[in-house]
Design a binder for this molecule. Structure first.
Ligand SMILES: NC(=O)c1ccc[n+]([C@@H]2O[C@H](COP(=O)([O-])OP(=O)(O)OC[C@H]3O[C@@H](n4cnc5c(N)ncnc54)[C@H](O)[C@@H]3O)[C@@H](O)[C@H]2O)c1
Length: 256
């Protein structure tokens, strides 16, 4: 199937590893130019190297995705270097270790979690929509989580709140920009095998795979396949959706 992504320009935040890098390979394999945004210089440079080895046109700009001045500076540079943007994957994220019950949570932990996930989604969407308007085409994909759709386990209220807000932002923004040829959708994955969940003990991994109807964690490439479809011409009428990709687990029971 031709997804119509050839020569499109795709910006992926947190693209140096994990789901973001899998998205880069998937969209790049369809002919899209890839622009990675990440805070981790070493990992991002290595990612670009790997993408280029696979004949994918790849570029990298370093930024903290939650810092407004850095986002605006990089967005200006993207416009100068690439003229426009077709795809934005708001993917940058941080894990929940250490977890805090809400009553013990430092404000700094709450704010950083909300900023890296939600504020960055706002900042990057605001910066890229004018670059999408240039060609009356845009696809924005936001990363929510089963930690919202399932309510989150105790200790991660900051993470599940950020992911819930991302779902709300997605629905509203979809209504604001649909008439510009831009769609906005969110994905709510269950556990995906990346460094983000490498913090879990083997015992926790055993429990959470046992609790999943499919009996395993999701692979980043599976999320990337959905991202690719949502970015395609064929998905032009899918707008404002939150798509669960959790093996059917949905609810969040953190016991045996
Ligand atoms: N892995 C999972 O189980 C899972 C499940 C549901 C949702 N998600 C979400 O998917 C997204 C990607 O997760 P992942 O598992 O690939 O994580 P990951 O840790 O493998 O990759 C995250 C990337 O984001 C970058 N990053 C972090 N903070 C940044 C910042 N302030 N500015 C720029 N870059 C920053 C990191 O350097 C890293 O390259 C996240 O939003 C995460 O919350 C992950």
């Amino acid at each position: 199937m031709n997804f119509g992504l050839n020569e499109k320009v795709s910006v992926i935040t947190g693209g140096a590893r994990g789901i973001g890098l899998a998205d880069a390979f998937a969209l790049g394999s369809e002919g899209s130019t890839i622009i990675l945004i990440d805070i981790d210089d070493t990992a991002a440079k290595e990612a670009v190297k790997q993408l280029k080895i696979n004949n994918i046109s790849a570029h990298y700009y370093q930024a903290d995705t939650a810092d407004e001045s850095q986002v605006l500076k990089v967005a200006k540079q993207i416009e100068e270097d690439h003229d426009h943007c077709d795809v934005l994957v708001n993917n940058s994220g941080i894990g929940v270790k250490p977890a805090y019950l809400l009553r013990d949570m430092p404000l700094s932990a709450w704010e950083r979690m909300i900023d890296v996930h939600l504020k960055s989604t706002f900042l990057w969407s605001r910066a890229m929509i004018p670059l999408m308007e240039k060609n009356n085409f845009g696809r924005i994909i936001n990363m929510s989580s089963m930690n919202f759709t399932g309510g989150g386990r105790p200790g991660v209220s900051h993470y599940s709140s950020a992911k819930a807000a991302i779902a709300g932002l997605t629905q509203t923004l979809a209504k604001e920009v649909g008439n510009l040829g831009i769609t906005v959708n969110a994905i709510a994955p269950g556990y995906v095998s990346t460094e983000l969940i490498a913090q879990f003990t083997p015992e926790m991994m055993q429990v959470l795979t046992k609790q999943n109807p499919v009996g395993r964690t999701c692979m980043p490439e599976e999320v990337a396949a959905l991202v690719t479809f949502l970015c395609s011409n064929q998905a032009a009428f899918i707008n404002g959706e939150l798509i669960c990709m959790d093996g059917g687990r949905r609810d969040f029971y953190w016991g045996n």
